[in-house]
Design a protein around this ligand. Structure first.
Ligand code: URP
Ligand code: ZN
Ligand code: ZN
Length: 461
């Protein structure tokens, strides 16, 4: 089976050039602008006037995740199908260790959730909630099986939280086995006090979710995570960074030459504290953690993306419906399940609000949505670029096509869109997963189970 994408402009993290991309058995076999005139293909995709880019890699999703007294509303079937529609061709989701149980048991549970359901390829990070002798030992066996990153939480005491000693031990082990620690960096112990005080004072509306999680709680957590990583002598990746003061800590560490990395998410670039103040209970749609920040902070994050102090934009896709889920917190913001939908809209928002506004180049767009996460999470060069030998996980991108973001037309299984009614330009006319066209002009052509588990390499940059 031979496919050719003809007449497009290839965009990678470093290059932009006109070429045809030839695919055989799911892999790119040639990129040529001449000399293949006589070659024939079984499938020809005309990309005239469009860009050919590596599919998005979303390194932070929570599908089918029990959390906040409910379960995230997208499972591996609906979530990965929505991802594919939005031009994302790989995700790395978070498996969870239940306290008192083995890492492997949690990982097996997530394998079972994904098996036979995914539309695109997927890997797992392991959320490590119980760092003890056995867990530390077991981390090595997960790395051997291609689960090469571990998320630790400084937030959510009593649920996912680890103390500094546990974090240091996990970091030391990660250093020895080539693992990467991903850190939810917020001072959860202090935040819980602020939350209890706010609730006791009758402050129950959604906006208090942000007011009880001040940016200093994130900056302090980020600083502590970086300090612990320095003590352990290991790289660290700060997830879902939202606060300018937390970014300052990352900049400081990187300037000192430390292997510190960080991602932000579209909700922090395009939404703000003002959304939490929407009338009635509407603010609940924007409750995620870390919380929405003042609007001015968005420009700090854009600057971080331009200067490579932030290397990745992932989604932290963790959707909960308003009906029956977010409304669990009608009487208290502390009971609103934390998380927002985003797996489908990341590329649209970043192209429209990043590339089209001149904040980032097309190449930087590719880098922060695909190439960098591929490199950081051990998927490169198999994924994350357009190159001979790489998986043909590709999108044909129409940079001018306008469409409206709406819960009615998006594919995520959630009853609202944080961006309802927003007009954006930029759309994937074709989405290829290992050479197979899975979405063409908005029509899904794949089937559940097309996506495979991908073993990831150990950390090296
Ligand atoms: O609000 C969020 N971010 N929910 C998902 C869990 C997490 O901390 O990433
Ligand atoms: Zn988190
Ligand atoms: Zn998350």
């Amino acid at each position: 089976m031979r496919t050719v994408i003809k007449n497009g402009t290839v965009v990678t993290a470093i290059d932009t050039y006109k070429a045809d991309v030839w695919i055989e058995n799911g892999v790119i076999v040639a990129i040529a602008n001449q000399g293949f005139a006589n070659a024939t293909a079984d499938v020809t995709i005309d990309a005239t006037g469009k860009f050919v880019m590596p599919g998005g890699i979303d390194g932070h999703t929570h599908l089918d995740m029990p959390f906040g007294g409910t379960t995230s509303s997208d499972d591996f079937q609906t979530g990965t199908l929505a991802a594919a529609h939005g031009g994302t061709t790989s995700i790395v989701d978070f498996a969870i260790q239940t306290k008192g149980e083995a890492l492997r048991k949690g990982l097996d549970t997530w394998h079972a959730k994904a098996e036979g359901k995914a539309a695109i390829d997927y890997g797992f990070h392991m959320i490590t909630t119980d760092v003890n002798d056995k867990t530390v030992e077991e981390m090595g066996s997960l790395v051997k099986d291609g689960v090469t990153s571990f998320k630790l939480f400084m937030a959510y005491p009593g649920v996912l939280y680890c103390d500094d000693g546990q974090i240091l031990r996990a970091m030391q082990r990660a250093r020895d086995i080539g693992g990467l620690i991903c850190m939810h960096a917020e001072n959860g112990i202090a935040i819980d006090v602020l939350v209890q005080q706010a609730v006791a004072a009758g402050h129950t509306e959604p906006k208090y979710h942000s007011l009880t999680r001040p940016q200093i709680a994130e900056a302090e957590g980020t600083h502590r995570a970086l300090a612990l990583a320095e003590m352990a002598g290991t790289p660290v990746y700060i997830v879902h960074l939202s606060a300018a003061r937390a970014l300052e800590k990352v900049v400081e560490a990187r300037d000192a030459g430390l292997p510190a990395f960080a991602e932000t998410c579209p909700q922090y670039l395009f939404c703000s504290y003002d959304d939490l103040e929407r009338p009635g209970f509407e603010g609940a749609k924007y409750v995620c953690t870390p919380p929405m920040r003042p609007k001015e902070m968005q420009e700090d994050l854009w600057r971080g993306l331009r200067t490579n102090d932030l290397q990745v934009v992932s989604t932290d896709h963790c959707p909960f419906c308003m009906k029956g889920q977010k409304e669990l917190g009608k009487d208290s913001f502390a009971k609103i399940p934390n998380g927002m939908p985003g797996i489908e809209t990341r590329l649209y928002l970043l192209w429209d609000g990043g590339v089209r506004t001149g904040r980032i180049s097309m190449n930087r767009f590719v880098e922060i949505t695909s190439t960098s996460p591929a490199k950081i999470f051990g998927l490169y060069p198999r994924k994350g670029t357009v190159a001979v030998g790489a998986d043909a996980d590709l999108i044909v991108w129409d940079g001018e096509k306008e469409h409206v973001l709406s819960e009615k037309t998006l594919h995520m299984r959630v009853d609202y869109s944080p961006f309802e009614g927003k007009k954006v330009k930029g759309f994937a006319s074709h989405v290829l997963s290992r050479g197979k066209v899975v979405v063409e002009n908005g029509k899904y052509l794949g089937k559940a189970g097309d996506g495979r588990f991908v073993k990831r390499s150990t950390f090296s940059l």
